[in-house]
Design a binder for this molecule. Structure first.
Ligand code: UDP
Length: 380
């Protein structure tokens, strides 16, 4: 079988991403596995992307992440024009079998607008995009456009137009799941970790309050808005409060952060992140939003750390209550569940990650979807 996929990563960040970058990380994890399976990958991304691919086409000279706040439309317009040109040319030469698109405004919008002459498209939903239903009104060009989610619950909440074009979901994966059951088992500490952007949806305020009430040590790891280290946030002064996540942190979380029982350590990365998670009694997700994909959830499992979480979004799909974690719909119960999590078996979490959340498992699922999508043609 020969298959060439144009993977659209868009204009925001290089692949792999220099720091934060959920979508770009997924692509960086998926592409090597696809190539191992014999797929030829053409990456549409910014020119300084360093990921090994068969061909790189540039939709922007460098990452435009900053423009998500500022001249967004201008960046989108330029990137859309580049992408459309590249796709048209490759498709006309029969050089690609399909586009695997990950970018809402620059990808799906452009590819859909190409009408019946465009190539088949698989668009992966990464966020909850119910905010932008207008974007999906035109999907019908669309007997050549299909959509997948990163969880069943995400798809179930998606706009109708997307559901009508859905080919199912593919859960996220982590390289940490590879060989997770053969890795040495670290000592477990008493601490609990909340890993993720500090944000009302991630619910760090709930976790911090319960830690103080119930009395368990809690480490909050993750950036507050653009601030990765506590000293950077402190140095930023009052102006930083213009950012809603900074306001959330100061108003709702910081009152519980005493630097002893409850600590905020800023963004953790690489080995430091893995050791913090692997040594934790539990990874806590006190969610107040419907988590669409939950990379940090599968990372925790891969590192042998049971997940304690609000049963929202994808959590019930990723975590088996009573085996790999403890879930509740009543957020006040999370404190007690954290105490009970020590009874769960870390090896069950690792085995689950090896069976379900490796990049190889994800790539095989995508390959099956590519086979379904590649022969799609517009309605006559
Ligand atoms: N992350 C990290 N260091 C931090 C906080 C988060 O490396 O201090 C990573 C985390 O390990 C995961 C990603 O950021 O890989 C967050 O992805 P997730 O899907 O959990 O949440 P999102 O931010 O995409 O909603």
């Amino acid at each position: 079988m020969s298959l060439t996929v144009l993977m659209n990563a868009g204009p925001w960040l290089s692949v792999p991403p220099p720091g934060y970058g959920g979508i770009e990380n997924v692509i960086a994890t998926l592409v090597p596995e696809l190539r191992r399976l014999g797929v030829r990958v053409v990456l549409a991304s910014v020119a300084d992307s360093a990921l090994s691919v068969d061909e790189l086409v540039s939709v922007f000279p460098d990452g435009q992440f900053g423009a998500l706040q500022r001249p967004y439309n201008q960046v989108c317009g330029v990137a859309q024009a580049h992408l459309a040109g590249v796709v048209r040319e490759l498709h006309a030469r029969d050089d690609i079998d399909l586009v695997h698109d990950h970018v809402e405004a620059v990808g799906l919008a452009t590819l859909t607008a190409m009408g019946p002459d465009g190539p088949p498209v698989l668009h992966t939903l990464h966020w909850d995009l119910t905010k932008h239903p207008a974007l999906y009104g035109e999907l019908d060009g669309g007997d050549r456009v299909r959509v997948n989610g990163v969880s069943a619950s995400q798809l179930a909440r998606a706009p109708r137009a997307l559901q009508d074009h859905s080919v199912g979901h593919v859960h996220l994966s982590t390289p940490l799941a590879v060989g997770a059951d053969r890795r040495p088992r670290p000592e477990k500490g008493e601490h609990v970790v909340v890993l993720g952007r500090i944000n009302p949806g991630k619910g760090q305020d709930v976790g911090a309050r319960l830690a103080r009430q119930v009395g368990f040590p809690l480490v909050l790891a993750g950036p507050v808005g653009p601030y990765h280290r506590p000293e950077d946030l402190a140095a930023a002064g009052e102006e930083a409060r213009q950012n809603p996540d900074v306001r959330f942190f100061y108003d709702e979380v910081a009152p519980y952060v005493d630097g002893d029982l409850v600590r905020w350590v800023g963004t953790v990365a690489g080995r430091e992140r893995d050791e913090l998670l692997a040594g934790a009694r539990a990874a806590l997700f006190p969610l107040r939003w419907e988590e669409p994909g939950g990379t940090a959830v599968v990372e925790a499992l891969a590192l042998g750390t049971p997940v304690v979480a609000t049963a929202r979004g994808c959590l019930p799909e990723l975590v088996e209550h009573g085996r790999t974690g403890l879930l509740t719909t009543a957020e006040e119960e999370l404190g007690e569940l954290v105490l009970a999590a020590g009874l769960l078996e870390p090896d069950e979490c690792r085995r689950e990650a090896v069976a379900r959340f490796t990049p190889a498992v994800m790539a095989e699922r995508y390959l099956a979807l590519y086979e379904r999508v590649r022969h799609l043609r517009p309605a006559a």
